[in-house]
Design a binder for this molecule. Structure first.
Ligand SMILES: Nc1ncnc2c1ncn2[C@@H]1O[C@H](COP(=O)(O)OP(=O)(O)OP(=O)(O)O)[C@@H](O)[C@H]1O
Ligand SMILES: [Mg+2]
Length: 313
C-alpha cells in the first residue's frame, strides 16, 4: 500500500540562506497517527508547507496521497484537511461565519448542507457555545479550535495539523487528543507536528524526530521507545551497599536519590537481572522494589541527540 506521505531528499533552503529542511526521507503509513516531533526551529512547519504545496522545495520530492506535490495540488488538496500555524481568520466575523466562509470557498461543498457541516465541525471542537462570538475576541486556544474546525468541515483522507494543541489549556489538549483518536478510528490518517514528547507518546502510533532540519529517526512509537533500554532501578534503604553490588555487576552511570539507586545496564554483555537481584540479597541489601523503568520517547530523544528536550513546552 502506498504511503500517504512520502518524501525523498526533501530540502528547503530559504532565500536568506537558512537550510531549514535537509534531505528529508519521510514515510507516513496510511491509517497512522503520525507525530512529527522536533524542537523549535527544527523544520516542521517548513516541511508541512512543502507537503501542502505552499512553498517550493529547493530540491527533492514530496508525494501526498500518491501524487507529486506541489504539481498535483488541485487534485490532492481537496482530500486533505490542514491546520498550519495561525489559521487565517476574519476577526470581524463570528466563529460560525468564518466556517461558513471556509465552506463556501470549497467549490465541491453543497451549499444546502453547509449549515449542518458548520454546526457539526463547531461541535466536534467544542466551540458550539462560543460560535456567535467575533473571532477577534477569541483566545489563542479558541482560534486554534476554530482552525481545526475548518479542517474538519468535510471528511478527509488525511489531516495535517501543525501544532494543533498550541495555546490550549490541559483540558483543551485532552479534548484535541481524543478528537485525533476518534478521527483516526474513522480511518483518517493524521499527521501532526508537536514539540511535546509526551503528547506524541499519548496519541501517536508512529513518529519522526527532527533536529536542525534533519530526520534523526522514524518508526512506530513503541519501537522508538524500546530502542533505548530503560534504567535499572532499585529501591532500598541500603543505597551504599546497593551501589557497590551493582557496580560489581557492570551497571554504569549509577545515581542515588533518597532510597533509590538507578543505573544503566551495559550494552555489551548485560548481566542477568535475576543474578543481580540475588547478589543484592546475598549482600544483605534490603530491596523494596527492583526492576527496569520503561524508556520514554524522551529517553530515546536524549539518546539520539545527547540533548534534553523541552518537555513542558
Ligand atoms: N520564511 C522564512 N525565511 C527564512 N527562514 C525561515 C523562514 N521560515 C522559517 N525559517 C527558518 O527555518 C528554520 C525552520 O523553521 P520552521 O518554522 O520550519 O521550524 P519549526 O520546527 O516549525 O519550529 P516551531 O516549533 O518553532 O514551530 C528556522 O531556523 C527558521 O528560522
Ligand atoms: Mg512550526
Amino acid at each position: 500500500m502506498e504511503p500517504v506521505i512520502a518524501t525523498l531528499g526533501l530540502t528547503k533552503r530559504y532565500r536568506g540562506g537558512q537550510l531549514a529542511v535537509d534531505g528529508l526521507d519521510l514515510v507516513v503509513p496510511r491509517g497512522s497517527v503520525f507525530g512529527f516531533l522536533g524542537p523549535n526551529g527544527s523544520g516542521k512547519t517548513t516541511t508541512i508547507r512543502m507537503l501542502m504545496g505552499l512553498i517550493e522545495p529547493t530540491s527533492g520530492t514530496a508525494r501526498v496521497l500518491g501524487e507529486a506535490m506541489p504539481g498535483a495540488g488541485r487534485r490532492v488538496l481537496p482530500r486533505v484537511g490542514a491546520l498550519i500555524e495561525g489559521p487565517a481568520l476574519y476577526g470581524f466575523l463570528s466563529g460560525r461565519d468564518n466556517l461558513v466562509r471556509f465552506d463556501a470557498a470549497d467549490p465541491t461543498a453543497d451549499p444546502r448542507t453547509r449549515a449542518a457541516r458548520v454546526e457539526g465541525a463547531l461541535d466536534r471542537v467544542g466551540l458550539a457555545g462560543a460560535a456567535g462570538k467575533k473571532a477577534r475576541a477569541y483566545s489563542l486556544g479558541m482560534k486554534q479550535r476554530l482552525g481545526l474546525a475548518s479542517a474538519l468541515l468535510r471528511p478527509r483522507e488525511l489531516l495535517v495539523l501543525d501544532e494543533p494543541t498550541n495555546g490550549l489549556d490541559p483540558q483543551g489538549m485532552r479534548e484535541i487528543r481524543s478528537l485525533v483518536r476518534q478521527l483516526a478510528s474513522d480511518g483518517t490518517t493524521v499527521f501532526l507536528s508537536s514539540h511535546l514528547l509526551d503528547e506524541i507518546e499519548q496519541v501517536c502510533t508512529h513518529a519522526a524526530v527532527m533536529a536542525q532540519g534533519r530526520l534523526l529517526t522514524q518508526g512506530t512509537v513503541a519501537d522508538l521507545a524500546s530502542s533505548v533500554r530503560g534504567r535499572l532501578a532499585v529501591t532500598t534503604p541500603d543505597t551504599a551497599d546497593a551501589v557497590r553490588v551493582l557496580k560489581e555487576h557492570g551497571v554504569i552511570d549509577l545515581v542515588v536519590t533518597d532510597d533509590r539507586v538507578t543505573g544503566e545496564l551495559p550494552a555489551a554483555g548485560p548481566p542477568d537481572l535475576a543474578d543481580v537481584n540475588a547478589a543484592l540479597v546475598r549482600a544483605d541489601v534490603r530491596v523494596r522494589a527492583f526492576g527496569t523503568q520503561r524508556a520514554s520517547l524522551e529517553d530515546a530523544f536524549v539518546a539520539l541527540t545527547g540533548e534534553g528536550f523541552d518537555v513542558a513546552g
